[in-house]
Design a protein around this ligand. Structure first.
Ligand code: SF4
Length: 345
C-alpha cells in the first residue's frame, strides 16, 4: 500500500502521512451524516486513530493518527457505514460540497450531480482539487466558497457557474448535464441569468474551535440529533455542524454556539507536533490569544502553506524556525514584517 505524502487531497482509500500518523479523509455524501454514521466515525477515530477528527474547509472529516496496521479495519468500518468509494479514482473526483441549508430538492440535485460525475469517463482526469458546489437560492450560504463548477437551485431553474462566472440558467432536467459538460471542457449554451443569487450570512451552528473535534464531541452531536429526532447532521465548510433542533447544549461538549466567542475569529492549522512542516504549536498559541481577546481576524499558520485559511486575515502569524513571522492584513505568503517567539505573543 502506498500513501500520498505530498499535496493536500487525502481520502479514505488514499490517506496522507502526517506528523501524527495517517490522515484519513471521509467525504460524507451531500455534506451530511446520519447520527449512525457520525457515531461510527467517532468510534473509528477512537479505535483506529488518535481520537481526533478535523472538519475541513470542504465540509469533509479527517481522522488523524491512524497507523498503517489500522487502516484496513478502519476502511472496512467506513464501508459498512456507506462512506467508502468504490476505488481511489472515484473518491478523488467526488468532491461535491452542498450548502448546509439546501432543501430536499437541492439535495436531490446534488445527488444526481454526484452520480453523473462518477459515471462520466471524461471527468476521470480532472485535477484532484477540482471542486463542485451545490446550493439552494432559498438560503444560499456557500456561494462565496472556492469551487470550479457550481449549481444553485432557483425557483425558475438552476443557475450554473464555472470558475467564478455565472454562465446562465439551465432547466432542472438539463442542469446536471450542463455542469458535467462544463467540467469536461465544453461550453453549453444557456439562457442568461437575470438575477444571480447572492450569498447569505449563515446562522451560528455548533462550531469546533479550529475545526478540531474529539471523538466524544462527534458522538455527543450524534446523541443530540437522536434526542431531537433528526436524521441529518449537516456539515458546513466554516467548520460547523448543524441539526434541525436545539444545539445549545453542545457547549457542554466544548463546541461553540455563541457567534461572538473570540475563538471564532482565529484560524489555526494543526501545527506542531501534528504536522511535520511546522515548528510552532499553533493551536496552543491560538488558545492563549483567544483568552487575551483581539479585535479582528487572526490566522496562525505552522508554515507558509496556510492550510487553515485562504482569505486574508487582519493578523497573520506564520511559523519560521520555532518563531512566528508577523504579517498584517494578508496571508502567510505575504512578506513578514518581523518575527517573535511564541512566549512573546
Ligand atoms: S499550514 Fe500548517 S497544516 Fe498546513 S502544511 Fe503548514 S504546518 Fe502543516
Amino acid at each position: 500500500m502506498t500513501f500520498a505524502v505530498k499535496g493536500w487531497c487525502p481520502g479514505a482509500l488514499r490517506p496522507m502521512q502526517s506528523g501524527d500518523g495517517l490522515i484519513v479523509r471521509v467525504r460524507p455524501w451531500n455534506s451530511t451524516l446520519s447520527p449512525v454514521q457520525a457515531r461510527g466515525i467517532a468510534e473509528g477515530a477512537r479505535r483506529h486513530g488518535n481520537g481526533l477528527i478535523d472538519l475541513t474547509q470542504r465540509a469533509n472529516l479527517q481522522l488523524r493518527g491512524v497507523t498503517p496496521e489500522a487502516l484496513v479495519p478502519l476502511q472496512e468500518m467506513l464501508d459498512r457505514l456507506g462512506l467508502l468509494d468504490r476505488d481511489p479514482a472515484a473518491e478523488a473526483i467526488r468532491n461535491v460540497m452542498v450548502g448546509p441549508f439546501a432543501g430536499p430538492a437541492a439535495r436531490t440535485l446534488a445527488a444526481d450531480l454526484t452520480e453523473a460525475i462518477l459515471a462520466d469517463p471524461r471527468l476521470r482526469g480532472l485535477p484532484a482539487k477540482f471542486g463542485w458546489l451545490v446550493d439552494d437560492a432559498a438560503c444560499p450560504t456557500i456561494l462565496d466558497r472556492r469551487g470550479d463548477v457550481m449549481l444553485c437551485l432557483l425557483k425558475q431553474g438552476v443557475a450554473v457557474r464555472a470558475h467564478g462566472a455565472w454562465l446562465g440558467l439551465a432547466d432542472r432536467s438539463q442542469a446536471v448535464a450542463a455542469a458535467v459538460d462544463v467540467a469536461a471542457g465544453q461550453h453549453p449554451r444557456l439562457p442568461p441569468l437575470v438575477a444571480p443569487p447572492a450569498c447569505r450570512r449563515p446562522p451560528p451552528g455548533m462550531t469546533a474551535p479550529f475545526g478540531r473535534l474529539s471523538a466524544d464531541q462527534l458522538s455527543g452531536v450524534a446523541d443530540l440529533a437522536d434526542r431531537a429526532g433528526v436524521r441529518e447532521i449537516r456539515i458546513a465548510p466554516w467548520r460547523s455542524l448543524y441539526i434541525d433542533g436545539p444545539m445549545a447544549e453542545t457547549t457542554a461538549l466544548g463546541l461553540v454556539v455563541d457567534p461572538n466567542d473570540p475563538i471564532l475569529g482565529i484560524d489555526a492549522c494543526p501545527g506542531a507536533p501534528a504536522c511535520c512542516s511546522s515548528t510552532v504549536d499553533t493551536r496552543r498559541d491560538a488558545r492563549r490569544l483567544a483568552d487575551r481577546g483581539f479585535d479582528g481576524t487572526i490566522h496562525l499558520s505552522g508554515c507558509a502553506k496556510g492550510c487553515a485559511r485562504s482569505a486574508a486575515a487582519d493578523l497573520v502569524l506564520v511559523g519560521i524556525d520555532g518563531r512566528y513571522g508577523v504579517i498584517r492584513n494578508g496571508t502567510p505568503h505575504d512578506p513578514v514584517l518581523y518575527t517573535m517567539a511564541p512566549e512573546e505573543l
